[in-house]
Design a protein around this ligand. Structure first.
Ligand SMILES: Nc1ncnc2c1ncn2[C@@H]1O[C@H](COP(=O)(O)OP(=O)(O)OP(=O)(O)O)[C@@H](O)[C@H]1O
Length: 276
């Protein structure tokens, strides 16, 4: 049983360390993500969440430790190339993640061309249509610039762009933090839908334990760059073991039992009406 689970590991981190100047920001971080799994990473501001995300997607190099993709170390150049196509990241600030001088069409097209080259224009057009559709936007958005979009719509475009390489893992770094609560709930539904349709894994990073609980199956808790607790979401909420996890839970003012996002259906259709 244990062997089977190990064979199924998609991403594995072994003892990842990172220092900035002489300050240790990641301290021997080890965990794994299986195909199709939604893993949450929670911790207070400055605990090292974004640094860890950047190490995973290759924007930063760890000082020590190993990253393995399907059992192969990322030190191998060929493994790195496939891996970094299959791991995509969505950032906290959607507006700053898009080039303000590019239309939505260009942002999506550049990503499609980069990861799926040598297609005809017709094929790219069909890809763009399908990408927009999968994030709940219609084709009318292709001609718009980021300043003509709401922050939630910008985040949908960023999400669409991250789907272009057909990733197997999405690293979502505080991707809901810039959004209003009702828009956050719509995005959670969208992420659930995408997960269901595409069977991707997520590493969902947030300081908001309620949001993590509404989406994730397993949760990692990071404090001062070290993983101090790892548990299934139900166990973490109802029987947290580490004092730091308990303090995070205590700091969550309202803790909705797995936040009911269905109430937001109406607001969602309102937003679609607005989009039109
Ligand atoms: N490029 C950098 N140079 C120096 N220090 C850095 C750099 N990036 C991050 N740090 C420091 O590393 C620590 C962890 O930062 P990180 O952004 O990973 O935390 P975080 O948990 O994502 O925080 P937040 O929730 O506020 O985004 C912080 O003390 C931060 O100041």
């Amino acid at each position: 049983m244990r062997m089977t689970r190990r064979r199924n590991i998609m991403l594995e981190l072994e003892g990842i360390q990172k220092h900035y100047q002489r300050k240790r920001v990641l301290d021997a971080v080890s965990f794994s993500i299986h195909p199709g799994e939604i893993v949450g990473l929670i911790g207070m501001s400055g605990s090292g969440k974004s640094t860890l995300a950047r190490c995973i997607v290759g924007l930063e190099q760890a000082d020590a430790g190993r990253l393995l993709w399907n059992g192969k170390a990322l030190t191998d150049r060929a493994v790195r190339k496939t891996c970094y196509q299959h791991i995509q990241m969505v950032f906290q600030d959607p507006r700053n993640s898009l080039n303000p001088t590019w239309t939505v069409r260009r942002s999506l097209l550049e990503s499609c061309r980069q990861f799926q080259p040598a297609k005809s224009m017709n094929e790219y057009d069909r890809m763009l249509e399908s990408l927009l559709e999968s994030v709940g936007l219609d084709m009318d958005y292709l001609r718009r610039y980021p300043h003509e979009l709401s922050t939630g719509q910008c985040q949908r475009v960023c999400l669409a762009r991250s789907l272009a390489p057909e990733p197997k893992l999405l690293v979502l770094d505080e991707c809901l933090s810039a959004l209003d609560v009702s828009i956050q709930a719509q995005m959670i539904m969208l992420l659930q839908e995408l997960h269901h349709n595409r069977q991707m894994s997520y590493l969902f990073i947030s300081h908001d334990i309620a949001v993590v609980a509404s989406l994730c199956q397993r949760v990692l808790v990071i404090q001062h760059g070290a993983i101090v607790e790892e548990a299934g979401v139900h166990e973490l909420i109802h029987a947290p073991k580490h004092p730091y996890t308990r303090s995070l839970l205590a700091d969550t003012p309202v803790f909705p039992e797995y936040m009911d996002v269905s109430e937001c259906e109406q607001e969602r259709s309102d937003e679609y009406a607005y989009q039109g």
